[in-house]
Design a protein around this ligand. Structure first.
Ligand code: AMP
Length: 378
């Protein structure tokens, strides 16, 4: 293992949203100083960091100055250009590495990598030209989902295609960009496994989390997921194989479809802590952000033990449509914790915060999380 970066040192994060904020809180709790770099000012991360640098990710001089003030860097936002990441890798430890980021940044590279290492993925084909569209019209399987290859998250840049005839228009609708056409999966549920690997190969995974989406945005996460033990074990094992094959050092989340036939398919990878893992802050021995700090700094990883069944409900800007939500009503519930990200503008669909509810069972925690969120607006 490389020499550890010990508490008291200054570490950096690229990207300044809520993931960076929670990383920073975990790092500062452990005695680190944190510098954040992003184009934003007074950002969710900047509000809690020691130093906020607001500049373009493509400004090499600004990146160099940022790197000079820190001992290692991680990401909360993975869509930073490969040139910037390569520049940082010349200067200091970058975790996860540029290779991991570039694989996960592009859906075609990601799915091709997974398929090549024998991981079950949704059947897919590349759509990069009119000829590809014609070929898919001729022998593709529908319904399917067309997704832009780059810069996609929370269902952005993706559209369901119900018939071959609808494909040309769907491709035009996403700007005829490089895309992936995936078969529509008939799933009984969606799962995620958040895990972490150190630079000495130590691997730790949280048990699978069950996820429900609304309008393509994560709505509710529950841990432990209600799954046959064999499926839970398989999900963790697939995750371990992905970490080893990619050589991940850091936190990464694997999102799965649990298909109606009982099998698992990997939907996508997020090379960082994940929204579904936010419940680890309140429900697990060491949360996903603390693990990110430990992996970045070359420290032994923490325990992923679940202390109490938990559920996380996202708080989107929609909750503000009739004014400020009733925070006091939520805080009156003893088994519920409130997390707000310090964002000023509550836009529809924008992640403003989340709540975590703890229960004696996962089902009880889920019910409480939903009831608590209702209280905010009733
Ligand atoms: P993604 O951006 O790929 O994570 O997709 C966001 C959400 O859209 C997923 O969590 C699913 O709920 C849904 N979705 C994406 N791809 C598919 C698919 N191939 N079949 C069925 N649902 C999908």
């Amino acid at each position: 293992m490389n020499a550890s970066i010990l508490p008291g040192a200054t570490i950096g994060v690229l990207g300044s949203g809520q993931l960076g904020r929670m990383f920073t809180i975990a790092a500062r709790r452990m005695g680190y100083r944190v510098h954040v770099f992003s184009p934003e000012k007074d950002s969710p991360t900047g509000q809690v960091a020691d130093l906020e640098v607001a500049d373009s990710y493509d400004n090499v001089d600004a990146i160099d100055r940022f790197a000079a003030g820190i001992q290692a860097v991680t990401f909360e936002f993975e869509n930073v250009s490969s040139e910037t990441i390569a520049r940082l890798e010349d200067l200091l430890p970058v975790r996860p590495s540029g290779r991991v980021l570039s694989t996960a940044q592009n859906r075609i590279r990601e799915k091709t990598f997974l398929r090549d290492v024998g991981i079950p993925v949704t059947p897919f084909r590349r759509i990069a030209s009119t000829a590809d569209v014609q070929a898919a019209v001729a022998d593709g399987s529908f319904p399917s989902v067309l997704k832009t290859a780059d810069w996609g998250y929370d269902g952005k840049g993706q559209v369901r295609v119900d018939s071959a005839a609808a494909l040309p228009e769907a491709w035009a609708g996403i700007g005829q960009n490089d895309a992936i056409l995936e078969e529509f999966v008939d799933f009984q549920g969606e799962l995620s496994v958040v895990a972490v690997r150190g630079d000495d190969g130590q691997f730790e995974a949280y048990q699978p989390i069950a996820n429900q989406h609304r309008n393509h945005i994560l709505d509710l996460s529950v841990c432990p997921a209600d799954l046959p033990a064999t499926v839970a074990r398989e999900a963790v094992e697939v995750t371990r194989v992905i970490f080893e094959a990619l050589g991940v050092v850091g936190v990464l989340c694997v999102e799965f479809f649990h298909c109606s036939n009982g099998g698992l398919l990997v939907n996508e990878l997020a090379p960082r802590p994940h929204n579904s893992g936010h419940l680890t802050v309140d429900a697990h021995m060491s949360c996903q952000f603390e693990q990110q700090v430990r992996a970045l700094c070359g420290l032994p990883l923490g325990s992923t033990e679940l202390l109490r069944p938990a559920a996380m409900a996202n708080l989107l800007g929609d909750l503000w449509s009739d004014g400020e939500p009733d925070w006091a009503a939520l805080c009156a519930l003893p088994n519920v914790k409130l997390h707000l990200y310090g964002k000023q503008e509550p836009r529809v669909g924008r992640k403003m915060g989340h709540l975590t509810a703890l229960g004696s069972s996962a089902a009880e925690a889920a019910q409480l999380a939903l009831a608590a969120r209702e209280r905010l607006v009733s």
